[in-house]
Design a protein around this ligand. Structure first.
Ligand SMILES: Cc1cc2nc3c(=O)[nH]c(=O)nc-3n(C[C@H](O)[C@H](O)[C@H](O)COP(=O)(O)O)c2cc1C
Length: 195
């Protein structure tokens, strides 16, 4: 028996397991991280799209999200995942919105039964961190195994900084993502063909 942190946190390698990488991204920073994860572990990469997309205007979106959070409103998703049962490992990516988990991600977690699966959150934000988002995933998915999430600074839409994870920032992100995956004992697939 082993009760050390190293033993209790050791993960089964995910090689040959079925991986889903689902992400919400408005200005493509979280998408950039999703693509880096995909290049490393393979699997199915899926963007979360809404029946009714958020407005283009930033301030209007901030207000709408605040109202949705207050009402516990779950926006309808256009994206449908076929056969969620076949995935063992689900990476879930999203930006921080209002220091919370974005409502569409709540919709995703409420729509699909993720019990018994390994969930791996990842996040981009304007520099204020993940807020309560990782905690909310734990609350909404009590029957899932949730690994340590990844977070990185992305855009600052209110200052007109949209996609920043490109060029040198993208190269830096690749190194950070890889380090995090290795720390979680997640197998890196050289050819990313873990379909
Ligand atoms: C509606 C809205 C609310 C946001 N709230 C926060 C916040 O509370 N904290 C933060 O650090 N960034 C916040 N941001 C900035 C995003 O988290 C950041 O730009 C992120 O990188 C965007 O990811 P994306 O390019 O994948 O959409 C917010 C952005 C939007 C659109």
């Amino acid at each position: 028996m082993c009760f050390t942190a190293a033993c209790t946190q050791a993960q089964e390698p995910i090689a040959n397991k079925k991986v889903l990488i689902v992400y919400l991204s408005r200005t493509n920073n979280t998408k950039a991280i999703a693509e880096i994860i995909h290049a490393n572990v393979g699997g199915q990469l899926v963007a979360l799209e809404l029946e009714k997309p958020y407005p283009a205007d930033y301030k209007t979106t901030v207000d709408q999200v605040a109202s949705e959070n207050e009402r516990g409103y779950l926006p309808a998703l256009k994206t449908k995942i076929d056969d969620i049962e076949k995935y063992d490992t689900v990476f879930i990516g999203f930006p921080t919105w209002g220091m919370k988990l974005p409502p569409p991600v709540r919709s995703f977690l409420k729509t699909y039964n993720l019990g018994g699966k390994t969930l791996i959150p990842f996040n981009t934000n304007a520099g204020y961190g993940v807020g309560s988002s990782f905690e909310t995933i734990k609350e909404l998915c009590p029957d899932s195994k949730i690994l340590k999430g990844f977070e990185i600074k992305g855009g600052i839409e209110k200052d007109g900084k949209l996609l920043v994870i490109r060029g040198a920032e993208q190269e830096e992100a690749k190194i950070k993502v890889k380090k995090w995956l290795i720390e979680q004992s997640i197998n890196i697939q050289k050819d990313g063909n873990n379909k």
